[in-house]
Design a binder for this molecule. Sequence first.
Ligand SMILES: Nc1ncnc2c1ncn2[C@@H]1O[C@H](COP(=O)(O)OP(=O)(O)OP(=O)(O)O)[C@@H](O)[C@H]1O
Ligand SMILES: [Mg+2]
Length: 218
Amino acid sequence: MLELSGVSVAIAGVPVLRNVSLKVPAGGRVALIGRNGAGKTTTLRTLMGLVPATTGKVVIDGEDETRLPPHHRPRHGIGYAPEDRRLFGSFTVEDNMLLPAQVLRLSEQEIAERLARVYGLLPELKELAPRKAAGLSGGQGKMVALGRALMVGTKAVLLDEPFQGLAPALALRYAEALKRLRAALPDVAILITESNPELLRPLVEQTYVIERGEIAPD
Ligand SMILES: Nc1ncnc2c1ncn2[C@@H]1O[C@H](COP(=O)(O)OP(=O)(O)OP(=O)(O)O)[C@@H](O)[C@H]1O
Ligand SMILES: [Mg+2]
């Protein structure tokens, strides 16, 4: 479903990723583990087309997307929850979730169905729906970012350090939500980054470790 092969990325002339290859099969649950600055976010941004690969290939759903701009990804059913969430503070939670689906010009009916599905999976979001995003706690914001990614991510979602900074009770709820997701939407692939491998072990089938921009050998 998602594949990087031999990807290197340099930002402002500084090598950030070196020869990174990883695969997330359709419906697969894969973790990308690494310390601060290891290259996790850059890897996800490269998959999303937000950072150009200097060398190597980005293949999404069997198509070479290396040179295609980021707005092609949602068309492939790929959702992205960035580590900084990027919600619009003056919009309600629900409007934040609707926005990417509206940008894709999905039909009203399709959008309503997807929203109902997301609320079914993440009932917390239904309660938060009318609130302004600016007033959310960090953990609530992460849930909204997950819901928003699921609105467009019908085939895959990329989650960047969703557990970072969550209080233990919220982290548990988030992990439960991911388990429900796996049961309810078995075809949606998940690539999730984290610095602590223990958190993700029960949630994924495969783990890659990234160190200083390189995938570590098993
Ligand atoms: N826009 C940028 N300009 C300069 N350097 C960058 C930029 N983005 C990333 N880097 C550098 O690339 C390296 C990898 O960064 P990246 O954000 O991908 O790591 P990360 O694993 O997501 O780290 P964190 O755990 O802090 O989120 C770091 O050394 C970082 O300083
Ligand atoms: Mg990061």
